[in-house]
Design a protein around this ligand. Sequence first.
Ligand code: NDP
Length: 305
Amino acid sequence: MIKLEAANLATKIKHEVQAEIERMLKEQGVRPGLAAVRVGEDPASAVYVRNKIRACEEVGIHSEHHALPESTTTSQLLDLIAFLNARDDVDGILTQLPLPRQIDETAIIEAIDPAKDVDGFHPVNVGRLALGRPVFVPCTPAGIMELLDDSGVEIRGMNACIVGRSQIVGRPMAQLLLQRDATVTICHSRTRDLAAVTRTADLLVVAIGRPGLIGREHIKLGATVIDVGMNRISDVDQVRSLFGPEAEKRLDVVAKRGATLVGDVHPADAAAVAGMLTPVPGGVGLLTVAMLMKNTLKAARLRRQ
Ligand code: NDP
């Protein structure tokens, strides 16, 4: 089984973005800018935003972090979005999801100027992708396409199965694979006999948020398996049953940090049947941030054409 590590590719993408930004700065005097908006105190969101800001610093994107209190209303957040939309020095705007319950998430996503929608969640960008004329593609599926290409996976004609139909991962993933001539099946929580469907897949992309749910019975021998899931677990028995020979190492992580990360694919099971598999951590997650940098650069370029 080949482990599809993404660290080198993520670094390569960030270096390319960095070089492009240096050129832009020299030739046009322009430094791209990204505004990250976070509401409330969700610790996972805080980590994600911190990673994005750090990546901006690495590649030379100007970044600003707007951290708003948990009690923020939809109208207060809409005011901030309007302010950021109007600013010429802000090329990309992202609102870290999920937002607190009282905020109308759809209204916020739709308020972002599509030209600054570097997450690719605005209906205009979703529609462009569905029509086969993408501008801003959601970062996680875009990163997966880069990884597949970098790994020499021949997508055309493949039976591809995606488990999960979220706006962020599953649906845009299906569009991207369809555009590259895969035969695409989308599964979800109401799919009857999930394993019977996923076992037909040469390429299996899993984004469900259920630790290790996809096991040996779900995977065709030799399949390429992309594990998008990021779940924190701390239960010792669960760690042992998921990680097999690697369990002791992971238990050390739990002892040190209180939890370890596992994907939606059972790592020990998948290692026995898959042809290629993305690790968690060290896989898809690294590319998501790199693609955000690429989208921000693209926004800066398109806004000045
Ligand atoms: P959502 O919760 O938005 O969607 C989950 C999807 O999985 C839904 O379509 C749901 O079906 C489906 N599902 C849930 N349980 C099952 C099941 N038992 N069998 C089949 N389908 C099921 O999740 P996201 O797409 O936002 O995220 C999924 C995972 O990916 C999470 O672990 C998240 O942390 C991770 N993630 C990682 C990223 C990265 O950069 N690595 C980026 C984004 C997400 P239904 O529609 O019927 O409810």
